[in-house]
Design a protein around this ligand. Structure first.
Ligand code: ADP
Length: 263
């Protein structure tokens, strides 16, 4: 708590009053800490692939003339992989900062959830990563319309489906679902029957750079920013998002979206 005071004359001018302003610094401190942590984490995440790229390039510069062709090829591919990783992190950071800006530029339009989920499922069924998995849709025909930015929502569901592919071993079933709720909202979910997430981690997975298993997630090419982007987009729709353990294991990410946006 920070307090500052100043004497002021009373309205009749006969005596002096004192004005005290008391600031609760807790929130401000918290925000500062979050920002500091974010910069430290982002720098670390960017530095890791960059150090690897630098190391491999130095080795190539020194030894490319005497190096076996196969080794050179391996080094170049490693450089390529880590450059792509660097680009994904930067793309995600830019997406986050755009969403956090004063003009995130969402374009709301009526969206038929039924055809939207049908098309989404078809698109992801045709992805190479889907080969070992089954994508099902559980949306009642009567679900109707919502007002939303279809492109941004495609980013949300794409991210959730790709996570389900990434973190679930072969042969998983991934369900896309939606149901109307009685408060003029809809609840949508992406549920898989993979390994799921320990209960203690569930509330944290929407934080930037939070990973349940750091090593495994980095190996799969994750930036650790996907779910925080999801959360931002859902909040810009006036909705909320949370994670639950799926029935019989697995993970369910659920989101609630109001049917209409308040302008
Ligand atoms: P990443 O880019 O690492 O995938 P996300 O923000 O999308 O980052 O997810 C955060 C973490 O949550 C992941 O690193 C992973 O540990 C965990 N996670 C997300 N989706 C799933 C899932 N479907 N099954 C198991 N773990 C998941």
């Amino acid at each position: 708590i920070e307090a500052s005071g100043a004497p002021i004359p009373s309205p009749d001018g006969k005596s002096q009053w004192a004005l005290f302003v008391i600031h609760d610094m807790t929130n401000q401190r918290k925000l500062e800490r979050v920002r500091r942590d974010f910069v430290a984490n982002a720098s670390h995440e960017l530095r890791t692939p960059l150090s690897i790229i630098k190391g491999y390039i130095e080795t190539l510069v020194d030894g490319h003339q005497t190096m076996e062709l196969a080794d050179r090829d391996k080094f170049l591919r490693t450089i390529q992989r880590h450059s792509e990783r660097l680009k994904s992190i930067i793309d995600d950071l830019l997406a986050l900062s755009r969403l956090e800006s004063a003009t995130p530029g969402l374009k709301f339009a009526p969206l038929s959830l039924n055809s939207y989920f049908g098309e989404l499922a078809d698109e992801y069924r045709n992805r190479p990563q889907a080969a070992d998995h089954t994508v099902t849709v559980n949306v009642p025909a009567s679900i109707g319309l919502i007002e939303a930015d279809g492109e941004k929502l495609a980013h949300v569901f794409g991210n959730l489906i790709e996570n389900a592919f990434k973190y679930t071993p072969r042969g998983a079933t991934i369900e896309l679902g939606a149901a109307a709720t009685d408060d003029n909202s809809v609840e949508c979910w992406v549920r898989d029957d993979g390994p799921g997430i320990p209960a203690a981690d569930l509330p944290h997975i929407f934080e930037r750079f939070y990973r349940v298993e750091k090593g495994r997630s980095r190996e799969t090419g994750g930036t650790g920013l996907g779910l925080s982007i999801v959360k931002h987009i859902v909040q810009l729709h006036g909705g909320s998002v949370w994670a639950e353990s799926g029935e019989g294991g697995g993970l369910a990410i659920r989101l609630r979206l109001p049917r209409r946006q308040k302008a």
